[in-house]
Design a protein around this ligand. Structure first.
Ligand code: 9RB
Ligand code: ZN
Length: 380
């Protein structure tokens, strides 16, 4: 097995500024702080554990190349690209679009290299030069819509890669499965009326963005039925996420018959994340990975590529990431130093309201949305 791996030193140079989640503001009591919640050190620490644990020696380096303007314009508006490029030239950089996604001077080049890392990984998976792989890219991408960045995302990396797979590599059906704890609203927006890319997002209901990621958001026009949301209640852990994968994600993927699966892999559903309230452990991420690999083997000759999204615990993200990479390499899960504290809090038991949320979200691509109160998550 040849497993590809993308990392570039400049992914660790994303300048998130001196704010926390908001820009610092002495008039509102927002003190500057060395580490923004999305400070790239978390991802750099993931890479360093990959190196120090010896995994790096067993992975095949896939070199990121910058996404070209043509690549970016397949999924973003010319105005968005032009604005990011222009702000990237400013001495203090700019913001991806929502006022809480700062980037420094040269931020355009890093964002283009992040999208390009996803393209390179997907290209090699489709070509068969690697069996599967992980692109540890930064900044993340899944909140970036056609017209704007948001939620720390500048360009929608997985969508840039999916569009490349379709238009350059000639694939007809690509599925994007997003297990980042936040709604993959940008990915959904980009493909909302396109039946050739199935988007499936598992997320903590109403975590971020506000008012987004309801089950009833099922696509429009020719894409009606090809957007699927699986909102889960806060407190969902390994059992709920695995149940959601088996009962809601897999039937949708089997019906869709993708030629390629891209996993938007965030680690912010972890037990230790500061930006969400889920309870997934490194063991859970390993199992999610194993099941996705097995499904891809059944459905699309194993053609699956993993692309980094969020994850904000500098302590735990490296261990979640290594657990995923070990599964890709076919190595058994190994408990890590946090296992004693994260594995004993009940997230391994499926609760009835979690099962009900999954049941309510079961949807088959191409079929219309079901009925129901969009604010209600527990439909028994
Ligand atoms: C701000 C708000 C957020 C909250 C969460 C994220 C996580 C992104 C991620 C990003 C921005 C709200 C600044 C609400 O990990 N995605 O995968 N910002 N939240 N209002 N305001 C003013
Ligand atoms: Zn997230």
């Amino acid at each position: 097995m040849t497993i590809g791996y993308v990392w570039n030193t400049v992914y660790g140079w994303v300048d998130t500024g001196s704010g926390s989640l908001f820009p610092s503001d002495a008039t509102s009591g927002l003190q500057p702080i060395a580490h923004h919640l999305a400070h790239p050190d978390t991802k750099r620490r993931f890479h360093e554990l990959v190196a120090v644990s010896g995994l790096l020696d067993r992975l095949r380096e896939v070199r990121a190349l910058p996404a070209t303007e043509t690549d970016i314009l397949r999924v973003h508006t010319a105005e968005h690209l032009a604005r990011i490029k222009a702000e990237s030239l400013l001495p203090k950089g700019g913001d991806a679009g929502d006022g809480c996604s700062p980037f420094g001077k040269g931020g355009y080049e890093i964002a283009a290299l992040s999208a390009g890392g996803a393209i390179q990984l997907v290209s090699q998976v489709v070509a068969g030069t690697i069996d599967t792989g992980y692109a540890l890219v930064n900044p993340p991408g899944h909140h970036a819509t056609r017209a704007s960045g948001m939620g720390f995302c500048v360009f929608n990396n997985v969508s840039v890669a999916a569009a490349y797979a379709k238009e350059v590599l000639g694939l007809e059906r690509v599925a994007i499965v997003d297990w980042d704890v936040h709604h993959g609203n940008g990915t959904q927006d980009i493909w909302y009326s396109d039946p050739s890319v199935l988007t499936v997002s598992l997320h903590q209901h109403l975590c971020f963005p506000p008012n987004s990621g309801f089950r009833e958001e099922r696509g429009s026009g020719a894409g009606a039925g090809y957007s699927i949301n699986i909102p889960l209640p806060p407190g969902s852990g390994d059992a709920a996420y695995l149940h959601a994968l088996e009962e809601a994600v897999f039937p949708a993927l089997r019906a869709f018959r993708p030629e390629l699966i891209i996993v938007a892999s965030g680690f912010d559903a972890s037990m230790m994340d500061p930006l969400a309230r889920q309870m997934v452990t490194s063991a859970g991420f390993a199992q999610l990975t194993r099941r996705m690999l097995d499904l891809a083997a059944d459905l699309c000759e194993g053609k699956i590529a993993f692309v980094q999204e969020g994850g904000y615990s500098p302590y735990y993200v490296p261990f979640c990431g290594v657990a995923v990479l070990r599964e890709l390499l076919g190595e058994p899960y190994e408990p890590d130093p946090y296992t004693p504290i994260v594995s004993t809090q009940g997230g391994d038991v499926l609760l009835e309201h979690e099962a009900a949320a999954v049941r309510a979200a079961v949807a088959i691509p191409g079929t219309p949305a079901g009925e129901g109160d969009p604010r209600a998550i527990t439909v028994g």
